[in-house]
Design a protein around this ligand. Structure first.
Ligand SMILES: Cc1cc2nc3c(=O)[nH]c(=O)nc-3n(C[C@H](O)[C@H](O)[C@H](O)COP(=O)(O)OP(=O)(O)OC[C@H]3O[C@@H](n4cnc5c(N)ncnc54)[C@H](O)[C@@H]3O)c2cc1C
Length: 357
């Protein structure tokens, strides 16, 4: 484990925002976890956890406590469970995108549509990471976590994880540090039926058809890259946390009204009807590339927010609030911000988590 003090949070997040962090512990060996528990015990506070910081807004004032960066890597395959599935146990700090490539190379299907999503595998249950028709909940077999309230390691089946649309019991809670994730993947050559028009068109097949896993990955990456949704720090839209807003749930009345206006309104796996937040931003009159606050603007390729030189967490939060307010006025729909907050950014706090519901 590596320990450091006074680390700029901006160096730990993909938005490259955030002031000084008092204490950082980088955990690259799972065997060091008891040492971390001892350090946290001395401070008397549960540490915050981050992976690659790709879904975090960190405060300009920084964070006055201990943050653990999960950097443990490694994958173990267990083919003994049955012939239809292979149990894949992944250390929390292992990159999700690397895992997808490794599993496709192994001929194991179930997560190929998650290609190109930045971040660690340990963070995937936190908001039930998903894209283009697959979510972690589809393949999650169990989560091994340290339960800070109980002071012991726990093995949690999916039913205990409260997984929903971009949420779980881990979101907005510091109680658990996820140590490893076990997925049940299926041996095979094909990816899932392609349910997203853009992905199916890129793969050159009708909606609902399956293609080789490698071709699924290529099509999804192509669609993501077009929207600037593959992290590239050199890109002009590269200071990003991905989608800044969740797709909001809409009532049957709003769904009918928005559909008539041409909005993509879809039924989601959690049973809710949701509208695209990006469409709402465009319908509210925002333009690609539009500046909203110092250093904070809409991406040039997709309706989400990105940072430039001069951005602060406060200005990014202001931009987020401007979008939410204008969307509410123009469409009547309330947006909730997706990235988690690290530290205090009052303007953002109102837009995220339970306080925004
Ligand atoms: C360009 C881009 C595209 C994206 N596309 C998608 C997408 O298509 N679908 C999607 O769902 N998300 C997407 N995201 C969001 C992000 O990639 C995911 O949320 C990812 O899982 C975050 O992983 P991370 O390691 O960076 O977590 P962080 O951002 O470091 O942390 C996110 C949250 O998880 C908690 N956390 C992290 N690791 C652990 C752990 N081991 N134990 C307990 N809590 C933990 C943190 O405390 C924090 O609250 C995108 C982000 C970007 C920048």
């Amino acid at each position: 484990m590596r320990l450091a003090t006074n680390v700029p949070l901006a160096s730990l997040t993909t938005l490259r925002l955030g002031g000084p962090l008092r204490e950082l512990a980088i955990l690259d060996d799972p065997a060091d976890f008891p040492e971390l528990v001892a350090i946290a015990g001395r401070s008397g506070r549960i540490p915050r956890v981050i992976g690659e910081g790709s879904n975090v807004l960190a405060a300009d004032d920084g964070y006055p406590g201990l943050v653990v960066r999960m950097a443990t890597t490694g994958v173990r395959l267990d083919r003994s469970a049955d012939r239809e599935r292979v149990l894949v146990t992944v250390q929390a700090g292992h990159e999700l995108d690397a895992l997808v490539s490794e599993m496709v190379a192994e001929g194991l299907s179930g997560i190929e549509c998650l290609t190109g999503i930045p971040g660690t595998t340990g963070a995937t249950p936190v908001q039930n990471v998903g894209a283009y028709g697959q979510e972690v909940t589809d393949t999650l077999a169990s989560v091994r976590a340290w339960d800070w309230a109980a002071g012991r390691e726990v093995e949690m089946p999916p039913a205990e994880c409260g997984l929903g649309h971009r949420t779980s019991i881990f979101k907005y809670s510091q109680r658990w540090t996820i140590l490893s994730v076990t997925l049940a993947l299926t041996p095979g050559k094909l990816g899932p039926p392609l349910t997203y028009r853009a992905v199916a068109e890129t793969a050159g097949v009708p909606i609902g058809e399956q293609v080789l896993m490698e071709d699924t990955v290529a099509a999804v990456r192509h669609v993501r890259a077009r929207k600037g949704m593959i992290l590239d720090p050199r890109d002009r839209d590269g200071r990003t946390a991905g989608s800044v807003f969740l797709s909001p749930v809409v009532s049957p009345g709003d769904a009918a009204r928005l559909r008539a206006e041409g909005a993509p309104v879809n039924e989601f796996p959690d049973g809710a009807t949701r509208v695209s937040a990006s469409w709402l931003m465009s319908a509210a009159g925002f333009a690609l590339g539009q500046q909203l606050a110092p250093g904070a603007r809409i991406s040039t390729r997709h309706f989400t927010l990105v940072a430039d030189d001069g951005a602060t967490a406060a200005s990014f939060a202001d931009a987020t609030a401007i979008v939410a307010e204008r969307v509410r006025k123009a469409t009547g729909i309330t947006l909730t911000a997706e990235p988690d907050l690290l530290g205090d950014v009052p303007a953002y706090m109102r837009l995220t988590g339970p306080s925004a519901q």
